[in-house]
Design a protein around this ligand. Structure first.
Ligand code: HEM
Length: 515
């Protein structure tokens, strides 16, 4: 009876609908066949490369791992997402398979696998969905591009960065002294250093890229721009974490914030280009923008590239400086060693040079150790471009390769890798800058990676380390007696709450009494 009804229905359909249904059905069958063919090709590929199934799997109790998603969102609300992820990774092998909402992927904290992702098998992986979530804020630029477009952007920008590397640090002076004046105005009271460092890094990064004094950013424009930038970065961080579901998160105010920063940046770029064309540029740094424009004469594209560098440069360096102070002030003996190194090398001198910084090995160790415990980009990911393997993580001992089919995401956590006791020793969680003088860390290689490695290694590493060093030296010279507002006994306690967006920062800031 049912069969007859269906036959009647089909025969009563106009021929065009019938043809349409037939096409859809054929397409579905074709896709299923293709998937089947691909997966048998992948299995064959895995067999040839000695791949074994993953040793560890993310444990969940509810179907589709909904409990993990729910608890993860809860932890993020309480600023405890990093600790939540730490718990999930506990007692696991260094590479594990996860399956969330039916989507499979790997998470790794294994140096060899991370080296494969970022360097030795660079061509097998790309950014994938990560870039889509960033697009509304920063458009197309070095941070969102892949393949040929990325390579082109990188070549152009690298030339500018290499050039900057040989500059003395005079460009930082004005902005660091502005910071010191703001702190002096607040002394001897309480101040959140983290907020102040954000202001310092946005000013210096803008000055470096736009090549003119930041006068135009001072006052209301600068504040509006910074507030919009904060809001847009915060939302963009969550959109990036949502992968290809990024578009479902669109809180009120987000698109307005994106519009504000995009319009302001467009105007700044246009103004500089117009000044350049009249021969009116204040410093030779104006050529940063000019280089980009000469390469592709489209102000919108130059604007996007500028925003890409801003997002890469602002939060990362400010967070590193804040965590450095949090750690130093919880370890007064370490603070004292650094203070006395500063005293010996530069005394009260305020114009710090590159040579001064290079003569302070303890300061370099402090920054290295800070970025080990709190890497600014703690968790990152890549998507597989073509079916490949990861060197480790498969088989009963986790020593066999793993098959990575095309399209699969692989997340890597530098944060957790840099805290591994089997690599850094039983005191891996302690802040101990001296460890960097020990021989066993001399060949640390891919197990220390705050600036990434391989072809996409951070372009601003030298800039960031010089600025952070300069800022730390000046703040300690001026306020050698500063104290944390709430001094916890355990070094980790107060920094345990983090904002995890694209970068990580202390959710409670770095509140100090300047003394
Ligand atoms: C402590 C400070 C910093 C840290 C820890 C840091 C870390 C990183 C990391 C981990 C990446 C790789 C991201 C990825 O491929 O997924 C990266 C890329 C990048 N960084 Fe930094 N960064 C810092 C400061 C800066 C600064 C100050 C600038 C510029 C002013 C900058 C410019 C860039 C650029 C342009 C890229 C993209 C490189 C590419 O994809 O080819 N960074 N950074």
């Amino acid at each position: 009876m049912f069969r007859l009804m269906v036959t009647d229905l089909v025969l009563s359909l106009p021929p065009s609908i019938f043809a349409g249904l037939f096409l859809v059905f054929s397409a579905l069958v074709y896709r299923a066949l293709l998937r089947y063919k691909e997966s048998s090709r992948d299995t064959e590929f895995g067999r040839r490369h000695g791949c074994q199934p993953a040793k560890s799997f993310l444990h969940y109790d509810w179907p589709f791992a909904i409990d993990i998603i729910k608890n993860g969102f809860g932890a993020a609300r309480e600023k405890k997402l990093v600790s939540f992820i730490t718990k999930c990774l506990e007692n696991m092998h260094s590479t594990l398979e996860i399956c969330l909402l039916g989507g499979r992927g790997y998470v790794t904290i294994e140096p060899k696998n991370i080296e494969a992702l970022l360097s030795t098998q660079f061509e097998d992986f790309h950014f994938g969905a990560r870039s889509w979530g960033m697009h509304a804020m920063i458009g197309d630029g070095i941070f969102t591009q892949d393949g040929k477009e990325w390579k082109h952007s990188r070549d152009i920008l690298r030339r500018r960065f290499v050039h900057m590397q040989y500059q003395n640090l005079k460009g930082f002076h004005e902005h660091v002294e502005d910071l010191i004046s703001r702190l002096k105005a607040a002394a001897p009271g309480e101040v959140d250093l983290q907020e102040q460092f954000y202001r310092l890094t946005i000013n210096t990064t803008i000055a470096m890229i736009l090549g003119q004094s930041v006068e135009s950013f001072k006052g209301e424009t600068g504040l509006l721009f910074s507030a919009a930038f904060d809001e847009a970065s915060r939302v963009t961080g969550t959109r990036v974490r949502l992968g290809d579901l990024y578009y479902i998160y669109r809180p009120r105010g987000f698109f307005k914030a994106c519009k504000t920063i995009r319009e302001y940046t467009y105007d700044f770029v246009a103004e500089i280009l117009s000044k350049n064309s009249k021969g009116d540029t204040e410093t030779e740094n104006g050529s940063f923008i000019q280089d980009l424009y000469d390469d592709k004469p489209d102000i919108g594209l130059v604007r996007d590239q500028v925003l890409n560098i801003l997002i890469a440069g602002r939060d990362t360096t400010a967070a590193a400086m804040s965590y450095a102070f949090l750690l130093l002030l919880r370890h007064p003996a370490t603070f004292e060693i650094l203070r006395s190194e500063i005293d010996q090398v530069v005394g009260n001198k305020s114009a710090i040079t590159r040579t001064d910084i290079q003569s302070m090995p303890y300061l370099q160790n402090v920054l290295k150790e800070t970025l080990r415990l709190y890497p600014s980009a703690p968790i990152n990911s890549r998507f597989c471009r073509q079916t490949t393997t990861l060197p480790l993580g498969g088989g009963p001992d986790g020593q066999s390769p793993l098959l990575v089919p095309k399209g699969l995401p692989v997340a890597y956590s530098v944060y957790h890798m840099q805290r591994r006791e089997d690599i850094y020793g039983p005191d891996a969680l302690s802040f101990r800058p001296e460890r960097w003088d020990e021989e066993k860390l001399a060949d640390i290689g891919w197990a220390y990676l705050p600036f990434n490695g391989g072809p996409r290694v951070c372009l601003g590493k030298d800039f960031a380390l010089m600025l952070a060093s300069y800022g730390i030296v000046r703040v300690i010279q001026e306020f050698p007696k500063m104290k944390l507002v709430s001094r916890e006994d355990t070094p980790e306690a107060a920094t345990d709450r983090h904002n995890l967006a694209i970068t990580m920062s202390s959710a409670d800031g770095c509140k100090v009494i300047l003394g």
